[in-house]
Design a binder for this molecule. Structure first.
Ligand code: HEM
Length: 441
C-alpha cells in the first residue's frame, strides 16, 4: 500500500499525546509489546512519528543522505531562544558548514584543557550541599551544570557579567519549560505585560551582555581554553570569521542543548548510585587503587543506557522517499531512533532493567546499540564534554559523601520539557564519608 506506515496505536491522537508526555516510558513499552520494534505514533499538531529500535534500521537512518532527512525543521519551536543560525535548526549544507565550525571546540584535547575548571566548579558547589537530611539533588545539579557552561563554554569569569547572565539565562530557560508561554499569538492582548513580553525583555538584556562579551573577547586576542575562544578562532570556508549573531546563537544553543540534559543525567546517576552500594564500593576501590577510570566510565555509560534523558534522537523529517529496513517512507513523516527501547532490548542487553556498569567493561558500547547521544552527522556535539563533566561531578560527590535514597523504591520518570528526569528530583540523604575511606577528587 503506497504511503502506508508501520502499525501502531489506534487511539485518538490526543490520547497518544497524553501517554507520550505524561507516561512516556510506560507508553513506549506498551507500544513495543503490542507492535514490535517498529511502530507509528500520532501526536497532536505533529507529523506521524515512526519509532525505530532495531540496530540495523537505526544504522540506515543515521547514514541516510542529508537531503533525504531533515532533523532541523522539527526544532523550529526553539528559534526564539537559540536564534536562526543555531546548528539545531539547520539542515543539509548550512548544517554541515556550522558543524565544521564548531567541531574543533569539542575535540578530546580541547575538552581535557577544561577539566581543571570543571573540577573547581564541581568541588565548590558540592561543598555547599547540606548533609544529614533529604535534599533534591536535581536543582543543585542544574545550578552546577549552568555554572560549568557559563565558565567553560561562554568563558565568563566571576563578576558582574557572569552574575547578570546567570540570572537572565535561568529565567529564559524557565520559559523553555513552559512551551505555551513561548507562543506569541497566545500572548496577544496582554499589552506588553504577559510572559512573552517579559521573555523578549530578558532576551534583550541577555543579548546585550553577550554581544558585549563577544566584542571584548574578539578584541583581546587572549589565550584561553573555553569553547568561545575556539569559536572565535573558527573560519568559514571563504575565510570570514563567525559573525556576532552566529556566535550568540551557538552559545545559546550550547546552553539549551547542554545544561538540562547533563543535569538530568547526573540526577539519574545519583538516583541509581544511592540504590547500588556495590557499584559505589567498586568506584571507590578504583580511585583508591589509582587504577585509571574504566569503571567510572562504564558507570556513566550504564547511566546513559538505563536512563537516556532524551528518550529518542531528534526526529528526522522525511523530504524524499526513504527506504529503511525494507520499508519505503513517504515525505512528511518523521523517523525517530528510539534510544530508550533500543537500550532495553533483552536481545542486546541481557537483564536490561538491571543497573550493571560491568556490562560495558566486558563489551564497550556499540555505535548503533548505544545511542544516548544520537548518531550520524547529528550526533551530540557535546558528548565528550558531558561525559567528562559527569565523571568529574561523580568523583567530587563520592569523594566526600555517602549516598542514601530518601526512602525505599525507585524514582519514577518525570518529563520536563523534552528531558526525562527523576520524579522526586533525585531526593537523597548525604552523609560525610569517613576520612579513612575518603578518596581524592
Ligand atoms: C548527558 C548529556 C547530554 C545528552 C544525553 C545529549 C544528547 C543529545 C542528543 C540525543 C542529541 C541529538 C542527536 C541526534 O539527533 O542524532 C544532541 C544534540 C546536540 N547536543 Fe547534546 N546531549 C548532552 C549534552 C550536551 C552538551 C554538554 C552539549 C554542549 C556543551 C551538547 C550539545 C549538543 C549540540 C550542539 C547538538 C546538536 C548537534 C547537531 O544537530 O549537529 N549536548 N545531544
Amino acid at each position: 500500500m503506497p504511503g502506508a506506515l508501520p502499525p501502531g496505536p489506534r487511539q485518538p491522537s490526543w490520547v497518544q499525546t497524553l501517554g507520550w508526555w505524561a507516561r512516556p516510558i510506560a507508553f513506549l513499552e506498551r507500544c513495543r509489546s503490542r507492535y514490535g520494534k517498529r511502530f507509528t505514533i500520532r501526536l497532536l499538531a505533529a507529523p506521524p512519528f515512526v519509532m525505530l529500535s532495531d540496530p540495523e534500521q537505526i544504522k540506515e537512518l543515521f547514514k541516510a543522505p542529508p537531503e533525504v532527512l531533515h532533523p532541523g525543521e522539527g526544532a523550529r519551536i526553539l528559534e526564539p531562544v537559540v536564534g536562526r543560525n543555531s546548528i539545531l535548526l539547520l539542515d543539509e549544507a548550512a548544517h554541515i558548514e556550522q558543524r565544521k565550525l564548531m567541531l574543533p571546540a569539542f575535540h578530546g584535547e580541547s575538552m581535557e584543557r577544561l577539566s581543571d575548571l570543571m573540577r573547581e566548579v564541581a568541588e565548590r558547589e558540592v561543598a555547599a550541599w547540606p548533609r544529614g537530611e533529604p535534599i533534591q539533588l536535581h536543582p543543585r545539579l542544574q545550578a552546577l551544570t549552568l555554572e560549568v557552561i557559563l565558565r567553560a563554554v561562554f568563558g565568563l569569569d566571576p563578576g558582574r557579567r557572569l552574575d547578570g547572565l546567570r540570572d537572565r539565562l535561568t529565567a529564559i530557560l524557565e520559559f523553555g519549560a513552559r512551551p505555551a508561554s513561548m507562543i506569541p499569538a497566545l500572548q496577544q492582548g496582554l499589552g506588553g505585560r504577559g510572559p512573552w513580553a517579559r521573555f523578549v525583555r530578558l532576551r534583550e538584556e541577555a543579548d546585550a551582555l553577550l554581544f558585549e562579551l563577544i566584542d571584548e573577547r574578539r578584541g583581546d586576542g587572549g589565550d584561553r581554553d573555553d569553547v568561545l575562544a575556539m569559536l572565535l578562532a573558527a573560519h568559514h570556508e571563504d575565510g570570514s570569521p563567525m559573525s556576532p549573531s552566529e556566535l550568540r546563537d551557538e552559545l545559546m544553543t550550547l546552553l539549551v542543548a547542554g545544561h538540562e540534559t547533563t543535569a538530568s543525567e547526573l540526577a539519574w546517576a545519583f538516583e541509581r548510585l544511592a540504590r547500588s552500594p556495590e557499584v559505589v564500593d567498586r568506584l571507590l576501590e578504583e580511585v583508591e587503587a589509582d587504577d585509571g577510570d574504566a569503571y567510572l566510565t562504564a558507570t556513566v555509560q550504564e547511566t546513559l543506557r538505563r536512563r537516556p534523558v532524551l528518550p529518542n534522537a531528534a526526529p528526522r523529517l522525511v523530504k524524499e522517499p526513504a527506504e529503511i529496513g525494507g520499508w519505503t517512507y513517504p515525505p512528511d513523516v518523521c523517523l525517530v531512533a528510539n534510544a530508550y527501547l533500543l537500550h532495553h532490548d533483552p536481545e542486546i542487553y541481557p537483564d536490561p532493567y538491571a543497573f550493571r556498569p560491568e556490562r560495558f567493561l566486558e563489551d564497550p558500547p556499540g555505535t548503533y546499540t548505544w545511542i544516548p547521544f544520537g548518531g550520524g552527522r547529528r550526533r551530540c556535539l557535546g558528548a565528550s564534554f558531558a561525559t567528562l563533566e559527569m565523571k568529574i561531578v561523580l568523583r567530587a560527590v563520592l569523594a566526600v559523601n555517602e549516598l542514601r535514597p530518601d526512602r525505599g523504591g525507585l524514582e519514577l520518570t518525570r518529563r520536563r520539557n523534552i528531558t526525562l528526569s527523576p520524579g522526586r528530583g533525585a531526593s537523597t540523604v548525604l552523609r560525610r564519608r569517613p576520612v579513612a575511606a575518603a578518596v581524592g577528587g
